[in-house]
Write a protein that binds this ligand. Sequence first.
Ligand code: PEP
Ligand code: MG
Length: 755
Amino acid sequence: MSAAAAARTILTNLHEVMASRQHAQAKLDRVVDVIGESLNSEVCSIYLLREGMLELFATRGLNKAAVHVTRMAIGEGLVGTIAENIATLNLAEAASHPDFQYRPETGEEKFHSFAGVPIVYRERAVGVLCVQHGDPRRYEDVEIEALQTTAMVLSELIAHAELIDLEDVVEGTSFTGPAIIEGLTLVKGLASGVAVFHQPRVQITQVVAEDVEAERQRVYRAFDKMRDQIDNLANQSEFGVGGEHEEVLQTYKMFAYDEGWSRRINEAIDSGLTAEAAIERVQQRTRMRMREIDDPLLADRMHDLEDLSNRLLRIVSGQLGTAATQGLRSDTILIARNLGPAELLEYDRRRLKGVVLEEGSLTAHVVIVARAMGVPVLGRARGLRGVVREGDHILLEAEQGRALVRPEAVMIETFEARLAKSREKQALYAELRDVEPFTRDGTRIHVMMNAGLRDDMSTLKLVGADGVGLFRTEFQFLVSATLPQRERQLRLYRDVLDAAGDKPVVFRTVDIGGDKALPYLSPESGEGDENPAMGWRALRLALEREGLLKAQARALLEASAGRALQVMFPLVSEPWEFDAAKAVFDEQLAYLKRQKKILPKSIEYGAMLEVPALAEVLDQLLPRLSFISIGTNDLTQFLFAADRANPKLAERYDWIGLPILRFLKRVIVATAGYPVRVTVCGEMGGRRLEALALLGLGIRNLSITPVSVGAIKELVRKVDLEELTEAMNRWLASPPPDMRAAIRHWADERGIETD
Ligand code: PEP
Ligand code: MG
């Protein structure tokens, strides 16, 4: 009999048992009979996890008195070993295995051969299914296959019948000990919570097929769809940069078209499983095999296959949503390979405590969004998904560049101490909330904050910022399923100004495109751009889709009726772009005037300096505007020709290395003599060491992420600006070998903390 046929016979019988209206225990008693009979095995037993021990729940062939009496610890005896290693054992002579333990109450001494398979639920062993026989013979492969398939069906039965405590399984620490994941600090902060995968596991509700042919067709269709998706990935920016991504894509393709994989799924369907169960069955088998191979390269590939297998499962089951849409827990630590900014914004920020990404880089927009949400992020956590499982307890210490998975008591204690210390610091910063930040030698530094959502505005008073120096209007577009119409924009801007009261707000017109792609703007939204960051985005897009900019201009002008309006344009590369954008506003203003509407009390226009070319024509541009804001995120990527979203380049160039500092100094010198305010609104201003460098260069206005406002105000009050400026001029003229180290040393000597 083939493996498929053997399994099918068992499954058909099992199906009846499961569909019957018996009590769970009665079902298990029937199940061992069905399996024992089908495999012609004298003994068939089921052990299930209860209170951390594997307990004999049902048996055919062993002493019935042993049921609910015999208990084994994980790792104890053959049964415990199977659970611990999540691996099958197939022995001709059980007693000769080094892990064998004799339990007299079972009466098992008359049986020689033994085969056992783990019952796995959510990648953890929740029980063991085993068969025993009087003759000393190994079980055949077909029999083992049948047992494994049966174990899988059982795992669903067990989970649904609540025979085991699922909370234990999900949150339990029984199978794998604590682990530390190292990564790159993307957003500082500490968080304790539970791992939730961005793309959750598919819930398999039906395991046994009613119509095998129909299941086969479902899987065929899903394969077609998945292959299409993988082919399309090649055109997406995420995979468009070559190198590592290219490799990943190739592997994906290889797996997606792998005939062995689809054949194994087909065989599993032949054995009577539904499409979902068949995919999961094959995946479980692969996982078991991989556990035996200790090769990190192969393990990486395994994650790719796992990813693909999950994708196939999602397609076939129609469960396409992310964790954001599925009743998020209140202490979520989100786990993902990577995320887009819009995907992150779908999450409820009150429930999201932290994010751990396998990829990610410091200035990627998703990280900026997380920073704005006040959510700590650890990035570049390699091998993440091989270590963390859904439901694991995680202590995220983003500051230390690590996450502790399934922490032990002592780790939790250290974490708590760290948390208390950080709270102390926050309390200290909170005291400065209403204090105006002056340097020691009396210069007022303006510390503004970056924002993008209505909710952010409550933070303004909380952190004591001087205003909003960058309001990223595109966030409204990113969180919206359709293009926000003028009325909706108007409402948002009005609310923002209301919330700001007499504090200034600088609205930046939409910066979409690049890594802030909008599905509803396709196909013109830069799709097909080989380098989206340098492509059709921001003002370039807005000037061409004039309707978009017109609507925004009207909304901003109307929202500011009777109040001050400050507008800035992103990614200005040449002065004419600024003129063209301003002309759109002028036209709308003229219209409102004709309509006799209340106009803004004052209007100031500014440009972002993000494209290096603009620095060469400042003499042309400065006479036309009120302020410039240096966007160091984009500026550095263009200066270094290093994609800000590319994780491989995340740590390559230093924000306070000589090229950037000299460039910024030149810009600041060029603005002297013009009545123009100069602000830095990139992420670097929110980091203490970097902020110190900016102050030394002559920057007096910063717009930073809200969580850093307190820390930067505190820093400002410790600085003697004259002394710092002099040191900076010295470093720029005769550069130290390591600029960062030099600034840090200077600060250390003065007792100024820079972390
Ligand atoms: C920048 O580029 O520095 C900036 C502030 O804009 P964004 O990060 O939104 O591109
Ligand atoms: Mg930018």
